[in-house]
Write a protein that binds this ligand. Structure first.
Ligand code: HPA
Ligand code: MG
Length: 220
């Protein structure tokens, strides 16, 4: 256990550029996904080990504070569930809120973000918000969501805990707590989708060409 004080744990686990080859006997997945993975980015065992460390860091930092954990749906939901379980084990209290963010390309050249859901802004007044994200990619979602929460919710603070952080040249936002720093590849599983598929996987994979071209309307 390197760094009992958590200094080592504050740095994300770096996932290298060379992705581990996919070996079908090592993973559990629905049969309809056969051939849809090119490589393994992060296994569920690695995710769960890292979640324990993140929970410990959060508990250390929120001493005497009861944060509002805001889950960004849908992608962050498995991470949110497992992280909140780890917090319960170490007696860290928290409140639960959910927001649904969808970024879409409008007619303008820049991506726009829309928020739907039942997040009550008055529940955030004076509170410490910890936004739980699946992935920080360009940061477009967070650079819209955080100002919105600050302006409409008037919280005491907003921090972000993201399972993944994609290594890109230009980033609009850096999360305070990051599980894994990953190469710039499209990943699926553990909540992360490609056109709404693959959220129901235990591990995080790199999608294959077959996965990209798969016609989801054949599933019933
Ligand atoms: N996978 C799934 N969803 C995403 C990704 C990704 O790599 N990046 C941003 N949203
Ligand atoms: Mg998505």
């Amino acid at each position: 256990m390197s760094g009992r004080d958590g200094t080592e744990w504050r740095k994300p686990v770096i996932v290298g550029e060379d992705v581990k080859p996919f070996m079908k006997e090592e993973h559990i997945y629905p049969p309809e996904y056969e051939g849809h993975f090119d490589g393994v980015m992060i296994t569920c065992a690695e995710i769960h080990e890292r979640i324990q460390q993140l929970a410990t860091l959060i508990h250390t930092d929120y001493k005497g504070i009861r944060p509002v954990l805001v889950c960004t749906l849908k992608g962050a939901s498995p991470f949110y569930i497992h992280l909140s379980d780890a917090l319960k084990e170490i007696r860290q209290g928290f409140d639960m809120e959910f927001v649904r963010a969808s970024s879409y390309e409008g007619t303008a050249t820049s991506g726009q973000v829309e928020f739907v859901g039942e997040l009550k802004m008055n529940s955030l007044q004076g509170r410490h918000i910890l936004l739980i994200e699946d992935i920080v990619d360009t940061g477009t979602t967070l650079s819209a969501l955080i100002p919105m929460l600050q302006q409409q919710g008037n919280p005491a603070g907003v921090e972000v805990c993201s399972l993944l952080d994609k290594r890109l040249e230009v980033k609009k936002y850096e999360a305070k707590y990051v599980g894994f720093s990953i190469p710039n590849k499209f990943v699926i599983g553990y909540g992360l989708d490609y056109e709404e598929l693959y959220r129901d996987l235990k591990d995080i994979f790199v999608i294959s060409q077959l996965g990209i071209s798969f016609d989801a309307s054949t599933l019933h």
